[in-house]
Design a protein around this ligand. Structure first.
Ligand SMILES: *[C@@H]1O[C@H](CO)[C@@H](O)[C@H](O)[C@H]1NC(C)=O
Ligand SMILES: *[C@@H]1O[C@H](CO)[C@@H](O)[C@H](O)[C@H]1NC(C)=O
Ligand SMILES: *[C@@H]1O[C@H](CO)[C@@H](O)[C@H](O)[C@H]1NC(C)=O
Ligand SMILES: *[C@@H]1O[C@H](CO)[C@@H](O)[C@H](O)[C@H]1NC(C)=O
Length: 449
């Protein structure tokens, strides 16, 4: 199921034979390169399609940047360490930006770079995740072409998706067995590309070129927008992974499904098609055919983020979102006294770290006083009630690292000799301490209380 949108592809080409051509989609940014003379002043100028007048895009002089009319707020000077480089970034690009751009010395006619910019209005195609879609393209192929002369190619964001050359067809990474062009219709000029089982990572700009000269097909650019399955059917699950270990996505895929990492541009990292698994990460992603679970091994902090698991086992497809948090090292714990009278309560907290275990030790004693089960921040804290003076150490530990902090408890925690009940309590606790293993606690009171 797919829907074509209204906007028809349009190309704006400026006529300049010597210039390099750069293409950019409406609304995107483009960097124009210029290597000039040191300490220029330099000017980037522009001649719009079918106009004779040069206009100023931006002047670059003595650290100053002066954009020309119509380019204010849209042109940036890409500063590098090299004083000869005068690259600029233009964006968001509007349709009337199509034309020739020249980078020249401001006061002479020396031209350092000459770029022809074509602004493309991509033809929009929408597809639902998991469905098939056709991306339109037509080319003026010679009617009498021999099949071994037929050359055409589809690219997405500069990478090959599908290529037909010398009677051989190849598909790009991630598109194996999912893309096709009808070789019966191609000699009639129809080079439309069919993509099966659309993935989120299929989203992007596609172009089709044909003949050895790589002529642009019509429309010259197709934007494929892959729409998810409504938010209501998607679940959001938090997964906590530990650095260096593996994490499994708890949704079993038996026959068909994909795991996608939602970075700046979604990237399919694992795929199962008819029970066959493909890993796109050089060994980081696994699929267990018995359990049907995808997993990522050797977790890195950078793996943290959103993942989408598309399960195509049943109709309709099911999509789950996972927020993966990879265990982060423990920050040094903070210790303080929260109840500062006889029988003080000391508290140890950590601000950062997952699966953290906190333990209190008293100086000179090997046994711990209290230990918490492993917890994630911000809930990783451990209070301990003490009636013995001395230095206490809190240790915070997880699979990544270990940090400690110390605290000295004064005589007031031990009890004043004249304070009511203090002697009794002190004796009681001391003797109890001698009789039983050190008290353990996770919630503030010692095991004796
Ligand atoms: C700037 O332009 C030079 C060539 O003129 C190019 O080699 C370089 O990659 C560009 N740098 C950036 C940051 O765009
Ligand atoms: C895809 O289409 C949706 C719905 O029209 C739109 O909100 C979204 O911005 C589009 N995404 C891209 C990258 O074009
Ligand atoms: C798949 O999962 C099962 C059950 O947990 C386990 O016994 C088996 O070793 C796993 N297979 C692989 C290849 O990891
Ligand atoms: C002790 O630390 C905890 C957690 O950082 C904080 O909430 C509390 O206010 C501190 N107490 C004192 C007395 O500083």
């Amino acid at each position: 199921m797919y829907i074509f949108c209204c906007c028809f592809g349009a190309v704006l080409l400026a006529s300049s034979s010597s210039a390099l051509t750069r293409s950019v989609s409406l609304g995107q940014s483009v960097t124009l390169l210029c290597e000039g003379a040191a300490n220029g002043p330099i000017e980037w100028r522009f001649k719009q399609q079918q106009q004779d007048q040069w206009q100023s895009v931006v002047a670059l002089h003595d650290g100053g940047v002066s954009p020309g009319p119509g380019f204010e707020e849209r042109v940036k000077f890409v500063r590098t360490e090299n004083p000869w480089i005068y690259n600029i970034t233009l964006g968001p690009v509007v349709f009337t930006d199509g034309g020739v751009y020249q980078c020249k010395a401001l006061h002479t006619d020396r031209i350092f770079s000459d770029v022809r910019l074509e602004v493309l209005d991509p033809f929009q195609v929408f597809v639902q995740l998991g469905q098939s879609v056709s991306l339109p393209c037509h080319g003026n192929i010679h009617k009498q072409i021999r099949s071994d002369e037929l050359h055409f190619q589809w690219q997405k964001d500069g990478q090959d998706v599908y290529k037909h050359q010398n009677s051989k067809t190849t598909s790009g990474p991630g598109f194996e067995n999912r893309v096709s062009v009808s070789l019966d219709r191609a000699p009639h000029g129809d080079l439309s590309l069919t993509i099966k089982e659309a993935r989120l990572s299929d989203q992007g700009d596609y172009r089709c070129v044909y003949n050895i000269e790589k002529e642009n097909g019509q429309p010259p650019l197709v934007h494929l927008n892959v729409t998810g399955l409504g938010v209501s059917s998607a679940q959001n699950v938090v997964l906590n992974g530990v650095l260096g270990q593996s994490v499994a996505f708890p949704d079993a895929v038996k026959k068909s499904g994909t795991l996608t990492y939602q970075g700046d541009s979604p990237q399919t990292i694992g795929d199962v098609t008819r029970g066959q698994f493909t890993d796109y990460t050089e060994g980081r992603v696994q699929w267990n055919s018995t359990t049907g679970l995808f997993s990522i091994s050797g977790l890195k902090v950078e793996d943290s983020g959103m993942y989408t698991l598309l399960n195509n086992d049943a109709e309709p497809s099911k999509e789950n979102q996972y927020q993966l948090n990879v265990d982060v090292s423990v920050s040094p714990p903070r210790v303080n006294v929260t109840r500062d009278t006889y029988r003080c309560t000391i508290l140890c907290t950590v601000e950062r770290g997952a699966a953290v275990t906190l333990t209190w030790y008293r100086e000179g004693e090997a046994q711990s006083y209290a230990s918490s089960p492993s917890r994630n921040t911000p809930d990783a804290y451990l209070p301990l009630t003490v009636d013995e003076g001395g230095t206490y150490t809190c240790e915070a530990k997880n699979s990544v690292n270990r940090e400690t902090a110390k605290l000295t408890v004064g005589p007031h925690c031990t009890g004043e000799p004249n304070a009511p009940h203090s002697h009794l309590s002190h004796t009681f606790y001391t003797s109890a301490h001698l009789l039983s293993p050190p008290a353990t606690s996770v919630n503030g009171e010692t095991g004796l209380g």
